[in-house]
Design a protein around this ligand. Structure first.
Ligand code: NAP
Length: 327
């Protein structure tokens, strides 16, 4: 369906960035429409609401002294956005036609064509998983497998226990260093004999008394019914198979920003396909197109930083519409 209507603002994404942009835009009477996406299974589960839908306990978002379940938090964000009149559509945006002069054209998974003066891209990023069946099963069940040590590492279940981190980049070092505060031992499992991480991040981890690296190893399987008991490792040089008893597994092998649907647009992205922001704001290279949250943030990737960026995007869009005489 194509209509003549031009929306003032369309928000793509339904994580902390998207909902916060919607709350601010709705309260500013910009009548936002939020495209929240459809559930996906491949290669890993992904639901409208983003990565927090796969997070059991959020304990580092201010205002929740006892913590809150990720899905419950996203439900509350959505209710708050709807309370002020945000229209919510359960479809994906599958492709876009952005133009410097606007309006911008968005194509939905149902074949609808939407036009908008401003667009906020808040589609997030997904943690890369190894793709093992038991890894994903235990991650979904809160069984001690996680892709975010900063989110989950401080949970009581991991205290004074041996924990493993997979990966050899800066994220793996950062997560492993963080975990050394709680764990009896942190074992980094890396598939090569040299880390990719910067020297300073390596040293920060390796200087900890409870830090250890297992070189040339890949995880073949994750063992445990309801919570992890061990990982099965394979040596990439000798092929030898071994078992490592751990009470937690943190997968830190990179993230992939959700920008595939933008690939035919002229939106500026970096070499890893994260959206590039300008002027320390949510502005992209295209007038009227803004970005917020993990899709434009390879560094912090926290719910609270994403929410802050969503706020910035709505304020930037409001300012842009005002300057253009459209509100
Ligand atoms: P990354 O640099 O791409 O590193 C990914 C790591 O995971 C690599 O060591 C890679 O091994 C390994 N890996 C990839 N796929 C794997 C698989 N299927 N099985 C086992 N291992 C696998 O990603 P990142 O560490 O998330 O960092 C992303 C960017 O953010 C980087 O530019 C980084 O510098 C930056 N960052 C900066 C900071 C900081 O400065 N505080 C913190 C975090 C991230 P190989 O080495 O063999 O390829």
């Amino acid at each position: 369906m194509t209509t003549d209507k031009i929306e003032k603002i369309v928000i793509i994404g339904s994580g902390p960035a998207g909902w916060t942009a919607a709350i601010y835009a709705a309260r500013a009477q910009m009548e936002p429409v939020c495209y929240i996406g459809v559930p996906k299974q491949n290669p890993a589960p992904m639901l409208p609401g983003g990565q927090l839908m796969l997070t059991t306990d959020v304990e580092n978002y201010p205002g929740f002294p006892s913590g809150i379940a990720g899905p419950e938090m996203m439900d509350a964000f959505q209710q708050q956005a709807e309370r002020f009149g945000t229209r919510v559509v359960g479809e994906d945006i599958t492709s876009v036609e952005f133009s410097d002069s606007g309006p911008h054209v968005l194509h939905t998974s149902k074949g609808d064509v939407i036009r908008a003066h401003t667009v906020v891209v808040a589609t997030g990023a997904t943690a890369n998983w190894m793709g093992l069946e038991n890894e994903l099963r235990l991650a979904m069940a809160g069984g001690g497998v996680s892709a975010c040590a900063v989110c989950d590492g401080a949970l009581p279940v991991f205290r004074d226990q041996p924990l493993a981190v997979v990966g050899g980049g800066d994220s793996a070092m950062e997560e492993a260093t963080y975990l050394t505060k709680f764990a009896s031992e942190v074992i980094v499992i890396h598939r090569r004999d040299a880390l990719r991480a910067s020297r300073i991040m390596q040293e920060r981890f390796l200087s900890k008394p409870n830090a250890k690296v297992m070189w040339n190893k890949v995880v073949r399987d994750v063992i445990g019914e309801t919570s992890i008991e061990a990982v099965e490792l394979e040596d990439t040089v000798t092929g030898e198979v071994s078992r490592l008893e751990v009470k937690g597994l943190f997968v830190a092998i990179g993230h992939t920003p959700t920008t595939g649907f933008l690939s035919d647009s002229n939106l500026a992205m970096d070499d890893k396909k994260y959206i590039v922001l300008n002027d320390r704001s949510s502005k992209t290279n295209i007038p009227g197109v803004f970005a917020a949250g993990d899709v434009a943030d390879p560094r912090y990737r926290q719910a609270i930083t994403a929410a802050g960026m969503g706020c910035q995007a709505a304020l930037d869009a409001e300012h842009w519409l005002g300057e253009a005489g459209l509100i």
